[in-house]
Design a protein around this ligand. Structure first.
Ligand code: GLP
Length: 244
């Protein structure tokens, strides 16, 4: 779906999430959201905060699982996805702290494998993700599933692609400060979501979006795996759609 502006698109995506939260409330069920970081979802989070403050949308039944986190990474670090999510969403809504799940960039190397297994199991214990919000990296990554990621991959640690580290360099004040690794939900984890919405804005995403949407399905461009998911929408602004 192509919109004239990312703001207009973000409001519609936020409304879909709000409707799902309210539907689950009526059913007395948790609403299990997979959440993304990066610049793309910021306006969706702003709109969700507005719906909470001005229209009484409650997050009391919401359980969240974030896609990824740099590794290693302290929670207090302003570049952490932990910090990002609290800054943009969690600090401004009534979500219960125990319902927030973010891959833990502070676990020791020895505990990392078990942490990933437990994260995956916890998502499954809720019956999977009701809704997954995604961005896309210039390598075609979703979460931090870099080229080469397997279709059935689960939550795991991954080595970041050079392009991904270049793109993160300004936030870290230089590429040397960008972590070389991350923890990410897998392609399998994401594909099990009942509904997926991928957001992409601006012409620097146009080329990878053309490949992701119209190219053949390949592990070289992990976002192409979404072509096989039966309830995924790519939400773009007009600039991001220029190569389609
Ligand atoms: C990072 C995140 C991805 C995100 C991507 C794009 O690599 N791990 O989840 O989709 O950045 O970021 P942006 O939305 O800022 O373009």
């Amino acid at each position: 779906v192509i919109f004239n502006s990312s703001l207009e698109a973000s409001k519609i995506v936020a409304q879909e999430i709000a409707n799902l939260i309210q539907l689950k409330q009526e059913l007395n069920e948790p609403c299990v959201l997979g959440l993304a970081t990066g610049s793309s979802p910021i306006k969706v989070y702003e709109e969700l905060v507005r719906l909470h403050k001005e229209e009484g949308l409650s997050f009391a039944n919401v359980v969240t699982f974030n896609l990824d986190e740099y590794y290693p990474m302290d929670k207090s670090n302003i570049q952490s996805y932990f910090y990002f999510m609290h800054e943009h969403l969690f600090n401004h809504v009534d979500i219960k702290p125990e319902n927030i799940n973010i891959p833990d960039g502070t676990v020791s190397a020895n505990e990392l494998r078990q942490f990933c297994v437990d994260y995956e199991m916890k998502i499954k214990s809720y019956g999977g993700l009701d809704f997954q919000l995604l961005g896309i990296g210039r390598t075609g990554h979703i979460g931090f599933n870099e080229p080469g990621s397997h279709l059935n991959s689960g939550t795991r640690s991954i080595t970041l692609d050079h392009i991904t580290r270049v793109d993160a360099a300004s936030a870290f004040l230089g590429i040397d400060n960008v972590p070389r690794k991350a923890i990410t939900m897998g392609i399998g984890t994401i594909k099990n979501a009942k509904r997926i919405v991928l957001l992409a804005w601006g012409n620097n995403k146009a080329e990878i979006l053309q490949k992701a949407i119209e190219g053949e399905i390949t592990s070289n461009i992990p976002a192409t795996y979404l072509q096989e998911h039966n309830n995924t929408t790519f939400v773009l602004d007009s600039e991001a759609s220029l190569e389609l």
